[in-house]
Design a protein around this ligand. Structure first.
Ligand SMILES: [Zn+2]
Length: 222
């Protein structure tokens, strides 16, 4: 067996899922309660995030939305600064994500990602803003100086609605989503049906993606 696959399988074998959606690390933990995998590896929740979601932006910590340090469910983790992590811990129980002030480069990146096919709610979650704010930025309602909005914005926005006029369901996924589907399937935590529900598609499309029939240019892992 490929050593990488072996390690990955061993990694996921340390997870106990709870009814509230947390994936608790049942292996070794550090003094703060975070999961530890190998002696010199990153903490378990960071590994889980890397495997499922991809790179963690430079220098950022992963904030536990569930306030549960041993949890490694990537859906409960979002990148943030150390300061944000402390602030978050200080206001446990407060509802709703904190709105962040955006910089010009954030705005550029948000527009780029949306126009490249990423979905507004996913971009919004990364920047902790409302998804409506994402579409406003792309349409040019905000931060409009020096920005040329796409002429066919309405058509683009419409095509992003789940199930809208889509003949090839797998074409509407981003590379990151394809990786995420495959990782979830490999981890054995989700069935084709559950993954299909989560990504607003049908199990047949998910099967084609996880088996590599669709998106075959993106190598299927373990
Ligand atoms: Zn959790």
């Amino acid at each position: 067996m490929d050593p990488h696959c072996f390690l990955e399988k061993r990694f996921w074998s340390h997870v106990t899922k709870t009814p509230d959606g947390c994936w608790l690390w049942n292996g070794a933990k550090d003094r703060h309660g975070y999961g530890k995998f190998l002696t010199n590896s990153p903490l378990a929740h960071r590994i889980a995030y890397l495997l499922v979601k991809g790179e963690i932006p430079n220098g950022l910590e992963l904030l536990h939305g569930c306030d549960n340090p041993p949890c490694i469910n990537p859906d409960h983790l979002s990148p943030g600064t150390h300061k944000e992590n402390l602030a978050e811990a200080g206001k446990k129980g407060r509802m709703g994500p904190k709105t962040r002030k955006l910089s010009q480069s954030d705005v550029d990146r948000i527009r780029q990602r949306y126009l490249a096919g990423d979905l507004a709610p996913r971009i919004a979650a990364d920047y902790r803003i409302h998804s409506r704010h994402v579409t406003r930025l792309v349409r040019g309602d905000r931060w409009s100086r020096g920005y040329q909005p796409p002429k066919d914005f309405d058509r683009i926005a419409l095509s992003r609605q789940p199930h809208f006029g889509e003949n090839h369901p797998h074409h509407r996924f981003t590379e990151g989503q394809v990786r995420e589907m495959r990782a979830k399937y490999r981890a054995g935590n989700s069935s084709l049906v559950l993954i299909a529900q989560e990504f607003n598609t049908d199990p047949t499309s998910v099967r084609r993606i996880v088996k590599g029939t669709a998106w075959s240019h993106l190598k299927v892992g373990c």
